[in-house]
Design a protein around this ligand. Structure first.
Ligand code: NOJ
Length: 532
């Protein structure tokens, strides 16, 4: 189980209201007690923080807001001493516009320009973007530059914000630079990387129009090009040269499921996120398909599934499951469109989220858990517009609230401004909602019914009985119930409206109350059948 540390919001050590490495280091015992195996830390590099650090200005250092390189090195040593491995986040698709390469490119340095995707505009005076691609953050994926003499110049490509210019991965300099960056961190003991936008690095030759194709469901010249795999073969060779070998997990959104295994060939990446749990509805059939499809991919590749339960880009599970459930899935945009208009029952959402994590932790493979899920945090839907930071909010003209609601600082204790997030009472970088302190770590630590206890129990049981439990076998179960065995252990999950009978046996872990012999709605258990 890999715990995603959203560094800005995990713990603040220096009292400025923003999370940092000192805060994370001081809270490593929390993560060790939780029972996690590794951390994935979101980008900590120097950055203007336009996109919470996914706009990197220097890949070999730490942003002063988070600490120093020495803090980063100390974190790795301390985490290792507690048995926790450390994965960083590498952002190879784009740099920040504050990166020295981009500054040199804008100043007209031809070698620097060749590392990005500058193109002349279309139209009589070059006033139209070079092609029709859209930014994932809304609006065109191109911004026009001004030449040093003040005249309108070429355009540059940015699949995300304009402050995130895309690199040209056909440039040998770009390739060499990132191998060197990986080496820099591997040499400091970092165990591996989560690769941001792993499917986006190479664009189709000539940058042809997409002609209205939807990047999420159709082949698109901006994404998932075959040449990207050469890059990962180089990266794998580098990682394999270390002792122990370093590892990768890809963030690769592919339009067709059969494209994902290509990233997981034996000489490429070790794992790639299985994203469907982020979108699946709380219903038996769709969840079963998600599991089957994920395991089918793992069978093809031999790579373990990497189940993503939630992350910093999606609506928190408690809120997602606290609403009326769609038939099969809902995209993030659809989820966020429900903010403030569609009622949410957080108690129901929390019950279902607990059942979903109990199910996921019983699956073969790795599971990624986003910070705060272990407390049952919900999405904060009512952040005032002037406090929102995600560029999606501004770029959508305010029609999409963006991703800030899942990034609100963690409540550590039940008192004061910031709920223990900072060592002093200070307003956190994003406002915490009323009642946040009631979800704090401190209070949950002493409450056996809390979500924190459920996570600890699950992770201990997972280590004890699931790690070597073998393949998943579906069992017969009543309508709207999923049941599977892994070796001697069974997992039962009810999506039904009324309680259903359970086979006789000993319950090892339960996501909620379970009267003898019955599995209530929205509940999951691990069971050793036949045992008293
Ligand atoms: C994916 C990251 O998860 C997301 O937070 C970021 O905005 C984009 N990549 C751009 O780097």
């Amino acid at each position: 189980m890999i715990y995603q540390v959203f560094l800005r919001s995990f713990a603040d050590g220096d009292g400025d209201g923003t999370g940092d490495l000192a805060g994370l280091r001081s809270r490593l015992p929390h993560l060790a007690a939780l029972g996690v195996d590794a951390l994935w830390v979101n980008p900590w590099y120097p950055s203007p923080q336009v996109d919470v650090g996914y706009d990197v200005a220097d890949y070999r250092d730490v942003d002063p807001v988070f600490g120093t390189l020495a803090d980063a090195e100390a974190l790795v040593v301390e985490a290792h001493a507690l048995g926790l491995r450390v994965l960083l986040d590498i952002v190879p698709n784009h740099t920040s516009d504050a990166h020295p390469w981009f500054a040199a490119a804008l100043a007209g340095d031809a070698a620097a320009r060749a590392r990005y995707l500058f193109r002349p505009g279309r139209g009589e005076h070059g006033e139209l973007p070079p092609n029709d691609w859209e930014s994932c953050f809304r609006g065109p994926a191109w911004t026009r530059t001004t030449d040093p003499d003040g005249r309108p110049g070429e355009w540059y490509l940015h699949m995300f914000a304009p402050e995130q210019p895309d690199l040209d991965w056909r440039s040998p300099e770009v390739r060499a630079e990132f191998l060197d960056v990986l080496r820099f961190w591997f040499d400091r003991g970092v165990d591996g990387f989560r690769i941001d936008v792993a499917h986006g690095l190479v664009k189709a030759e000539g940058l042809p129009d997409a002609d209205g194709r939807d990047r999420r469901s159709e082949e698109h010249p901006g994404w998932d090009q075959d040449e990207v795999h050469e890059i990962y073969r180089d990266w794998r060779r580098l990682a394999d040269g270390y002792d122990p070998p370093r590892v990768f997990v890809a963030e690769a959104w592919v339009a067709r499921p059969e494209r994902l295994p290509l990233y997981l060939r034996a000489d490429e990446l070790h794992t790639a996120f299985e994203f469907e749990p982020l979108h699946v509805t709380f219903r038996a059939g769709p969840w079963r398909s998600v599991v089957d499809e994920g395991l089918a991919k793992a069978a093809v590749t031999g790579a373990p599934s990497a189940w993503a339960l939630t992350n910093h880009d999606v609506v928190r599970q408690v809120t997602r499951y606290g609403r009326a459930q769609p038939e099969r899935r809902a995209s993030n945009e659809e989820q966020r469109a429900r903010f403030g208009v569609d009622p949410v029952d957080l108690a129901l959402g929390r019950r279902r989220a607990r059942a979903a994590v109990t199910l996921t932790m019983a699956l073969p493979g790795a599971a990624y858990v986003y910070f705060g899920e272990e407390l049952g945090l919900h999405e904060v839907e009512d952040i005032p517009d002037d406090r929102r930071r995600d560029p999606i909010h501004a770029r959508s003209g305010g029609t999409d609230p963006g991703r800030d609601g899942s990034r609100v600082p963690l409540p550590w204790s039940g008192t004061g401004l910031g709920a223990g997030f900072s060592p002093v009472a200070v307003e956190p970088w994003l406002p915490q909602p009323a009642g946040w302190a009631e979800l704090a770590v401190e209070g949950q630590e002493t409450d056996p019914g809390s979500t924190l206890w459920l996570y600890r129990t699950l992770l201990a049981a997972r280590r004890a009985v699931m790690t070597a439990a073998g393949p998943l076998v579906w069992l017969d179960a009543p309508a709207d119930v999923l049941a599977f065995a892994r070796g001697p252990v069974q997992c039962w999950v009810s999506f039904a409206a009324a309680p259903v009978p359970l086979p006789p046996g000993r319950v090892l872990v339960a996501s909620g109350a379970h009267p003898d012999g019955l599995l209530p709605p929205d509940t999951a258990v691990w069971l050793l059948p036949g045992e008293a």
